[in-house]
Structure formats: structure tokens, C-alpha cells
Design a protein around this ligand. Structure first.
Ligand code: COA
Length: 192
């Protein structure tokens, strides 16, 4: 994440119909461990399952520190009705000089396939275009991660191609599908 040439970010809470996206709190570590220790959740991501609560504490602390420093951090995704922190969603990097950033997300398996991440990503995209004044928002997924690709499509992102053998992840060379939405496409996708 590059914020050196950008203003300090005071990460706001974003409300959606069923979710509250808010800055991380040190109390989130237990909930993070609940989903981040699940190998099904980490199957298509770059990180391995958390094996100790300390890993979740470190993860949460990094986010608390980033936000405290006025840097762009991911949001903790809280399920409003259940009052439970169920995952993360936010910008993994930001290039203010190019007006672009990348979104990433993960939530607890218990909450999959209810449209929740589509809801969260929609709020992030609005924040990116409205507040960060981005021109382009990207997301990438492994080709077998159908649920993630579907989220990108439902949020109005377009498939731009496949980055072949672009990273080594967990000892494997992986391909990544690249999706993006431009500012000029955003309102149109909202209306459709
Ligand atoms: C990927 C992930 C974030 C999706 O979150 P979610 O809240 O379940 O997403 P949504 O419910 O908004 O949308 C999922 C869509 O994928 C579809 N889907 C899920 N699994 C599918 C499958 N095996 N085949 C076809 N469609 C599938 C769902 O039906 C839904 O589409 P629909 O609304 O058109 O029916 C969630 O599964 C997750 O956290 N996975 C682990 C972490 C991860 O992989 N993160 C992304 C890294 S790129």
C-alpha cells in the first residue's frame, strides 16, 4: 500500500443493509481466528490458515496500527444482526498517482453464498470512487475460485485476462484472473 503521497486516511465505518464495515479493534482476534484457521477459507488465498490465536492477534494489530498511522487498512466486516466480526474486505494496495487500487476479501464459511461479500465489495467500490477518487479498481482471483469471480462479476467488474504463472503461492506457480471496474463504468453498473 502506498500512501506516502496521499492524505492521511481516517477509515470510516461503512453501513450496508446487513453489514457494518469498520476499522479493526484489538477485540477482533478471536473472531479472526475462527475463520482464518479454516483451511477451506484459505484454499484460494495467498496466506495459510492461522494455527495459533497469536497469528490472529498479530494480523489484527497490523490493521489497528495501519489505521492508527492514517494509512489505508482493510475493514473488519461485522454482521449487523449477529453482532459478529465475520471477515475482512478492503484495499490491499493503492496507487494514488495512478488513481487505482486493488480490493480483496474473505469471510467465514458459515456466511458464504448469502450475497454478503458482494454487499461489502459494493460499499468498498463506492468508497474508492467517491472518497479516494480512484479511476480504476482491480481484483484478482485464482481460476478455480468461482465464488470470488462471481463476486467480481456481480459488482460490475470486467474480466481483462489471466495473468499466467504470475505468483508462487504455497509452493505452486499460480495463474490469476484479473478483473477491474473503471469510474466511468461504475454508475452504469449501479443502474443495471
Ligand atoms: C469468495 C468469497 C469471498 C465469496 O463471498 P460470498 O459472500 O459467499 O459471496 P456472494 O454470496 O456475494 O457471491 C458468491 C456467488 O458465487 C456463487 N458460487 C459459490 N460457489 C460456487 C460454485 N462452486 N459454483 C458456482 N457458483 C458458485 C454463489 O452462488 C454466488 O453467486 P449468485 O449470487 O449468482 O448465486 C467467500 O467464499 C470467501 O470468503 N472465500 C474464502 C476467501 C477467498 O477465497 N477470498 C477471495 C480471494 S480472491
Amino acid at each position: 500500500m502506498t500512501t506516502s503521497d496521499a492524505a492521511r486516511i481516517d477509515l470510516p465505518a461503512l453501513e450496508t443493509v446487513r453489514l457494518r464495515l469498520r476499522p479493526f479493534s484489538p477485540d477482533d482476534a478471536r473472531d479472526v481466528f475462527d475463520y482464518a484457521s479454516d483451511p477451506e477459507v484459505t484454499r484460494f488465498v495467498f496466506w495459510s490458515p492461522h494455527t495459533t490465536v497469536q497469528e490472529s492477534i498479530d494480523f489484527v494489530n497490523r490493521h489497528v496500527q495501519l489505521a492508527g498511522n492514517g494509512e489505508l487498512a482493510s475493514w473488519a466486516v461485522e454482521h449487523a444482526a449477529d453482532r459478529k466480526m465475520i471477515g475482512t474486505c478492503g484495499f490491499t494496495w493503492w496507487r494514488p498517482e495512478h488513481g487505482k487500487a486493488e480490493i480483496a476479501y474473505a469471510i467465514s464459511r458459515q456466511y458464504w453464498n448469502q450475497g454478503l461479500v458482494t454487499e461489502a465489495v459494493g460499499a468498498c467500490i463506492s468508497y474508492g470512487f467517491d472518497v479516494l477518487k480512484l479511476n480504476r479498481i482491480e481484483a484478482r482471483c485464482m481460476p478455480d475460485n468461482i465464488a470470488s469471480e462471481r463476486v467480481m462479476q456481480k459488482c460490475g467488474m470486467r474480466h481483462e485476462g489471466t495473468m499466467r504463472q504470475t505468483m508462487m503461492v504455497k509452493g505452486r506457480r499460480i495463474d490469476l484472473k484479473l478483473y477491474a471496474i473503471l469510474r466511468e463504468e461504475w454508475r452504469k453498473s449501479d443502474e443495471s
